[in-house]
Each structure stands twice: as structure tokens, then as C-alpha cells.
Design a protein around this ligand. Structure first.
Ligand code: FAD
Ligand code: UDP
Length: 388
């Protein structure tokens, strides 16, 4: 009989849970999943508020959206997803407008009644034609939208969100948001969109529920104290700089602070309001019961989201990926590449902004590569991705 292998998975977020499950199903293995926190599901953690019974997304609201059928079927295997369309509004000194920018936003903002092709022609006249290849977020916005829309919807929000001038940020950050010349105000462009009926933590619990998987919470992994050789392989989903004791410096992250309060009835009439106005300190306000429109609640939970620089004690949320961060990342990836018994995956270990769909898809693909390599006694991949 083949010897059962022992694997250590650090982090019980989607990355760690999916890898653990794939190994459990495909190999004869004992898998220990540790997490420093007192709950599973990482930043996707949800639980019902004891006072209102509203499902709260503890680390910011999460809406599942994907075009990847395999990933969609995977999450549906572990919990019922309810259709949910995120229809965000921006509260600005010039009024309240739908986001992402669409025909309704353009017509409201410019007091027009353009048809799609007219709006497109109009936007081309307000965009800055002198910018051929946008080099940063601001240039991308000025070229696509012109100064008025940029300053009303993007400048203040982006400065608050990233704590840096939009000229310092890559153009790719803006490209995450579409501009539409029809009245579609769905925040996402994806085919499958939804929110789990019983929250994300319930889905992750289902993924981890396998006789070969043991989960230990409140258990921080410290690479310096790690007994190498005790496990055949370690899958690390924590911050890559922490794994190497920040020996080359700290990677830049933004963190969020959440100001939460309870109120009666309906506080803001929708799930998400964005506040691009620089004079307002928060970026967004979420009203959690509107993420589960199939439920009824008398009282409500409201959360204001503030963004700030990540200090040593803060939870890292958004990788900044400025030029200096990328240089530092390269140094850590070089150190990691010399290891044969650890793989690094997920948003913290690969230092990328990743939605749930990407995290799950990558964990599924990576597990497959790992299983094939390990059964063939070939070299194990250290990262799921090439860093450009
Ligand atoms: P994480 O969820 O961060 O899990 C990593 C886990 O590892 C954590 O539980 C941590 O405690 C643990 N850990 C780290 N180091 C150690 C250690 N040394 N020892 C033990 N445990 C350790 N995605 C979407 O698809 N839709 C959305 O609407 C959406 N909204 C978001 C809103 C916000 C505010 C943020 C910040 C992210 C959002 N995301 C969204 C992205 C989503 O949160 C991530 O894709 C997902 O959480 C990544 O999963 P992960 O397992 O890689 O990392
Ligand atoms: N953004 C903005 N105003 C908004 C919403 C978004 O300027 O009202 C910018 C901001 O820089 C943000 C980026 O667009 O980081 C991408 O938006 P998205 O909603 O995808 O941000 P996330 O989901 O990462 O919070």
C-alpha cells in the first residue's frame, strides 16, 4: 500500500480550502489546514449578526461573479447561490448617479437624452485626444471620459482608496470598470453572478468538510519555527513577505477600516453607495441586508468603509503593486523559487488583486498540476503564475 502523504495548508480562505479539498479527493493524504484567525473563509468570512439576523460580510461585501463555468459549478456544489446583481450608485456634490458609467449616468450628468451612438461620439469629444498611450490611471480616465467625469467619479475615490495620486497608479486599475453606452447598470460584466444563501463561510465549511482534512483555527504558522520534513509539502496562502520575515522589506498594501452601526428599517435603500467626493472621509457605505433581498429584516446593519495605509498590525487588503513593490516582490519570488517543499498561492502569497473566481480557478488548476507532478515524482511548481 502506498504511504499516506502529509500536507500542510496555511490559510483557510478559498485558496487554502480548495487546494486541501482537491488533495483530499485525489491523493491518499492527511491534510492539516491552519489559520491564525478564529474562523475559516479568510476575507470572505460571513456570519449572521446576533441582534438583527442580517448576514454580515466581515471584511467588506463580496459578490461572486465569473464567466468560468467550472468555478461556478464548483461553488454551487457546496452551497446554494442566489442570483444577485450589484447596482452601485455614486453620491456626488452634483447628484446621485448610477455606476459603472453608463448611458443613464452620461445623460443625467450632462442633462442630455443621447442615444448610444450619440453618447459615444459625445464622450469622444470630451476625452483628451492628446493622450495616445495612457501611462497611468489619470491619463486613462482623461482619455476615455474627460476631466468632468474623471473629477466627479474617480479622482477623489481613487485618492481615498489608494492613498496616492491617481497619476501614480497603473492604468489597469481603471480598466476594471466598464463604460457602457446602454442603460445596463450591472456593476459586473460576468455571466454568473450571485451571493450564497447561507454565506461564504458555509461554502468554505463544505469545501473543508472531508475526512482527510483537519482544520486548526487560532493557529499561526511561523516559517522560522516550522519543523521541515514533518510534511511532504506546504501550501502557503499568507503574505509572501511574512514568510521570509520581511527580510527584504514590506510589500505595500491598503487596508480597510469598517465603521459599523445598527439602524431601524431601510437606511440607504440599496446595498452599495460610493462616495467619490474627497471631502467625505469614507469611500463606500454598505447596507448588508440588501445583499440578501430574498430575506426580510426589520432592523439593518450599515458599514462605512475607510481606506488607509497598512501598518504592521493591520490586515492587508489591497496590494498596491507600485513599481517599488514589484521589485521587492521579485526578490521574494527569487527566494521562494529556491524552495522545493513549499508552494505559494492566493492573493497574499502571490501579491495580486484577485477576485474569488480567480482564486478558486487558480487553486483548482494548481492542485491539478501539483497532483500530476507529485504522482510522476517531478518538480513541484512553486507559484501558480508567472510574474510579469
Ligand atoms: P484570504 O481570504 O486572505 O485567506 C488567507 C488566510 O490565510 C486568512 O484567513 C489568514 O488569516 C490566513 N493566514 C495568513 N497568514 C497566516 C499564517 N502565517 N498562519 C496562519 N494563517 C495565516 N472578490 C470577489 O470575487 N467579489 C467581491 O465582491 C470581492 N469584494 C472584496 C472586497 C474587499 C474589501 C476585499 C479586500 C476583497 C474582495 N474580494 C472580492 C476578493 C476576495 O476577498 C479574495 O479573492 C479572497 O479572499 C482571496 O482568498 P485567499 O484564500 O487567497 O486569501
Ligand atoms: N473607482 C473610482 N470610483 C468609484 C469606483 C471605483 O474611482 O466609484 C476606481 C478606484 O480606483 C477603484 C477602481 O476604480 O480601485 C476599481 O473599482 P472596483 O469597484 O473594481 O474596486 P474594488 O472592487 O477593488 O474595490
Amino acid at each position: 500500500m502506498t504511504k499516506s502523504r502529509k500536507y500542510l495548508v496555511v490559510g483557510a480562505g478559498f485558496s487554502g480550502a480548495v487546494v486541501a479539498r482537491q488533495l483530499a479527493e485525489r491523493l491518499s493524504a492527511e491534510i492539516l489546514v491552519v489559520d491564525a484567525r478564529d474562523h475559516i473563509a479568510g476575507n470572505c468570512h460571513t456570519s449572521r449578526d446576533a441582534s438583527t439576523d442580517v448576514m454580515v460580510h466581515h471584511y467588506g461585501p463580496h459578490i461572486f461573479n465569473t464567466n468560468n463555468k467550472t468555478v461556478w459549478e464548483y461553488v454551487n456544489r457546496f452551497g446554494k447561490m442566489h442570483p444577485f446583481i450589484n447596482r452601485v450608485k455614486a453620491v456626488t456634490p452634483r447628484g446621485v448617479f448610477p455606476l459603472p458609467i453608463n448611458l443613464f449616468t452620461i445623460n443625467l450628468f450632462f442633462q442630455k437624452a443621447f442615444r448610444p451612438d450619440e453618447a459615444q461620439e459625445f464622450l469622444a469629444t470630451v476625452g483628451d485626444p492628446s493622450i495616445e498611450e495612457p501611462k497611468n490611471f489619470e491619463e486613462q480616465a482623461l482619455k476615455m471620459l474627460g476631466r468632468d467625469l474623471y473629477e466627479t467619479f474617480f479622482y477623489g475615490y481613487t485618492k481615498k482608496q489608494w492613498g496616492t495620486d491617481p497619476r501614480e497608479l497603473p492604468a489597469a486599475v481603471l480598466k476594471r470598470l466598464p463604460v457602457r453606452f446602454n442603460y445596463d447598470d450591472n456593476y459586473y460584466d460576468k455571466e454568473f453572478q450571485g451571493i450564497p444563501e447561507n454565506g461564504y463561510t458555509d461554502i468554505v465549511r463544505g469545501i473543508l468538510d472531508h475526512p482527510s482534512i483537519e482544520v486548526r483555527l487560532n493557529t499561526a504558522f511561523h516559517s522560522a519555527e516550522w519543523q521541515r520534513g514533518e510534511y511532504d509539502h506546504c501550501f502557503y496562502t499568507g503574505p509572501i513577505d511574512a514568510f521570509f520575515h520581511y527580510s527584504k522589506g514590506r510589500l505595500g498594501y491598503r487596508t480597510m477600516q469598517f465603521e459599523r452601526f445598527e439602524a431601524e428599517g431601510d437606511y440607504q435603500g440599496t446595498a452599495v453607495l460610493n462616495y467619490p467626493d474627497p471631502s467625505i472621509p469614507w469611500t463606500r457605505v454598505h447596507e448588508h441586508k440588501h445583499f440578501t433581498p430574498w430575506e426580510k429584516h426589520e432592523r439593518t446593519i450599515v458599514v462605512r468603509e475607510y481606506s488607509k495605509e497598512t501598518g504592521p498590525e493591520d490586515t492587508p487588503y489591497y496590494p498596491k503593486r507600485l513599481a517599488a513593490d514589484k521589485e521587492l516582490l521579485k526578490k521574494y519570488r527569487d527566494l521562494a523559487s529556491a524552495l522545493t517543499d513549499v508552494s505559494f498561492l492566493g492573493r497574499l502569497a502571490t501579491y495580486r488583486y484577485m477576485d474569488m473566481e480567480t482564486v478558486i480557478g487558480e487553486a483548482l488548476d494548481f492542485s491539478e498540476k501539483f497532483i500530476v507532478a507529485s504522482l510522476a515524482n517531478q518538480a513541484i511548481p512553486v507559484f501558480p503564475n508567472e510574474e510579469p
